[in-house]
Ligand binder design. Structure first.
Ligand code: DP6
Length: 342
């Protein structure tokens, strides 16, 4: 069997993607930090088979055959079959593992689907399957078709996905690294992920995105996200941390407000999510430390801060926040350089 292995990170959005059209086209552009320590490693092995009438693959997760991942991967293969016309010619073995704890509530779809897409892009390259785009852009297009936010995990640092007039090279089809100037305060930016709830997601992101279709505030929200991306671009170059915090916290709360005002409505925050937010606000006010929160589609809190206040924030985490985390678990991560072929 031939094989290839990629390690790919998760990412955390600063301006959120929430709402999409057919074929995984985002309703608004988004920007994220690629993470460093929260990764999925995937090995794809393949051998040619006789008939080419169906997709043939096995999925192994942390050493165990895992059939629950099959429907997502089967749907992904169907969506990318036109780009990788050889898929039905091979039997695949997909072996995958995460650096973050199983069902930590950290979405593994961004890291998992980007790692698998990179493996498939490597296979396409080894077969000399012609495609017009460069390798990473092609991998990002594949990733988007697996999970929207996965398109951003293909690149390191700050990454934009979705067409935006002020972002050079931006596209709805794939993500692109932010090429404009970024202030040094964002170098090695930190993300401490406070694991509040480790359970299964109550609402899948696909269902959540779907609820934006008939959402009464959708069109205003999509406009606001584009405006927020323009603001974020300016903030990232000026290094204005207060403005950064104001915008990321507002984006996080707006994302959750969209969920609370959809029909059906839902609340993904837990009491401890709010307690942590209150502690962060109190600590910031009392100590003037630039520390901010963001949320993804779940109860966990991502605490964002510059490297220069790391010691202070680590002490705060241990003394005030750890008690609100399930089994006292949290992950110290930071901005990362993107996927690696192993
Ligand atoms: C709240 O990328 O998980 O994390 O495209 O349906 O797979 P699908 O959705 P997904 O949505 C992530 C939404 C978010 C915000 C973000 O990452 O931008």
């Amino acid at each position: 069997m031939n094989k290839v292995t990629w390690q790919s990170p998760s990412n955390i959005a600063l301006v959120k993607y929430w709402g999409k059209y057919d074929n995984q086209i985002p309703a608004n552009p988004s920007i994220s930090f690629t993470l460093n320590a929260s990764n999925t490693t995937t090995t794809l092995s393949w051998k040619e088979k006789e008939a080419d009438d169906n997709f043939d693959f096995e999925v192994w997760f942390e050493g165990q055959l895992e059939d629950s991942f099959r429907p997502k991967i089967e749907a992904f293969f169907k969506r990318i079959n036109h780009m990788l016309p050889f898929l039905k010619r091979f039997s695949f073995k997909i072996e995958t593992s995460n650096t973050f704890p199983h069902s930590s509530g950290i979405a593994s779809s961004a890291s998992g689907l980007s790692a698998l897409s990179l493996c498939l892009a490597s296979l396409a390259q080894s077969l000399n399957i012609p495609h017009d785009e460069d390798f990473y852009r092609f991998a990002s297009t594949l990733s988007r078709l697996g999970s929207g936010s996965a398109s951003r995990s293909i690149f390191g640092n700050l990454v934009v996905w979705g067409k935006h007039l002020l972002i050079d090279g931006s596209s709805d089809n794939y993500a692109t690294p932010l090429s404009s100037e970024v202030h040094q305060v964002f170098e090695n930016f930190q993300d401490t992920i406070l694991l509040v709830d480790k359970g299964e997601k109550q609402v899948s992101s696909t269902v959540g995105h779907g609820l934006m279709n008939d959402h009464p505030y959708a069109s205003k929200r999509f406009e606001q996200a584009s405006e927020n991306l323009s603001k974020m671009k300016a903030i990232l170059s000026s290094g204005d941390l207060d403005a950064f915090g104001n915008l990321v916290e507002s984006e996080a709360l707006t994302l959750h407000a969209m969920m609370m005002t959809s029909n059906p409505y839902f609340i993904l925050m837990k009491p401890n999510t709010l307690r942590i937010i209150e502690e962060i606000w109190k600590f910031r006010k009392e100590t003037k430390t630039p520390v901010y929160f963001t949320l993804d589609a779940g109860a966990n809190v991502h605490m964002l801060f510059p490297e220069m206040v790391k010691n202070k924030v680590d002490t705060f985490t241990k003394s005030k926040l750890v008690g609100y985390c399930k089994n006292e678990e949290y992950i110290c991560d930071q901005i990362g350089q993107g996927p690696k072929q192993l």
